[in-house]
Design a protein around this ligand. Structure first.
Ligand code: CU
Length: 307
């Protein structure tokens, strides 16, 4: 690319660069047309395309999804525009400076062009810094601790989930059991999955813990995912805003049945949330059940086997 660009300044051995590039105005118009077409394609498309094919069906699924979606879509628009410009310049060089019928030997070879070298280094650096800055600002705002109305201590275990709720001074828990996917490809495990209930419109703090190995808490529709590390508590703060059922899963390969470490999230009204809590057992199931995934359900597992 370097030498190709440099030849623009030189008189080639047989054909001048001005002859090769043709009208500069028309090249400029072509680039503008490409950018314009891209912008049109992006604005005139489906709701799915407008959210950049992200899995958060509603823009405001949680209080963070709109900002995350905007960052994602705007980043793609920026990189596509940069891509079109870069590919356009490459294509222009390939066509304008191609070898012609009567050309003989090599074109004049050049080693350095300082302004171009600085340009190539500075522009990508600025681009990366701009992306980093936007990303950093967004992440900081999402991860800012919030004094939450609902606190759920989520404990991941090979290969299911326990949920310890603290709400209005009461402590409740649900102990999940591993899902068993049907090997014949038929559906039907959804109802059997552990369910995390969250009240719509209430601030929620998720304390993410692990009972054994590293897992990862992921609700694709919430556009957030965070590791669950033994001995360390990570936090997610969010407000679910749209009632409905969402899929949840472990996103860190955590052993043989990682693929069956699934759960449901039900975002419900506050009344329904209270009704669901009332059905659960009192208290929390804490570290005493670490490495004993099913003990809370009356199943005692021998340690060190099959793990
Ligand atoms: Cu896992």
């Amino acid at each position: 690319m370097k030498t190709t660009f440099c030849t623009n300044k030189e008189e080639g051995p047989s054909v001048s660069s001005q002859d090769r590039t043709g009208s500069r105005g028309s090249a400029k118009a072509k680039v503008l047309a490409l950018v314009g077409t891209g912008a049109l394609l992006l604005t005139g498309c489906s709701a799915e395309a407008k959210r950049g094919w992200l899995p958060n069906v509603e823009r405001d699924t949680t209080n963070h999804t709109a900002a995350i979606q905007d960052f994602w879509v705007h980043s793609w628009i920026a990189v596509i525009v940069i891509g079109i410009l870069t590919w356009g310049l490459m294509l222009w060089c390939i066509i304008a400076y191609r070898r012609r019928k009567n050309d003989t030997g090599y074109p004049r070879q050049l080693s350095y062009n300082m302004p171009l070298e600085i340009f190539y280094t500075a522009i990508p650096l600025v681009l990366v810094l701009v992306f980093f800055s936007f990303n950093n600002t967004l992440e900081k705002s999402i991860n800012k601790p919030v004094d939450s109305e609902v606190v759920v201590d989520v404990r991941a275990k090979q290969w299911s989930w326990d949920f310890n709720y603290t709400y209005q001074g009461t402590e409740k828990h649900f102990a999940g059991t591993q899902a068993h996917l049907h090997t014949d490809g038929s559906e039907g495990v959804r109802e059997e999955l552990p369910t995390l209930y969250l009240p719509a419109g209430k601030t929620v703090q998720l304390d993410l813990n692990s009972r054994d190995v590293i897992h990862s808490f992921w609700v694709p529709a919430f556009l957030q995912k965070l590791d669950m590390i033994p001995g360390k508590t990570n936090h997610i703060y969010l407000t679910p805003q749209v009632e409905g059922s969402y899929d949840g899963k472990c996103a860190e390969l955590c052993g043989e049945y990682h693929s069956e470490m699934l759960f449901n999230v039900e975002v419900v009204s506050e009344a329904e949330f209270k009704a669901q809590l009332a059905k659960m057992d009192d208290g929390h199931i804490g570290e005493e059940y670490d490495r004993q995934p099913d003990a809370v359900n009356g199943v005692v597992v021998e340690h060190g086997e099959g793990e």
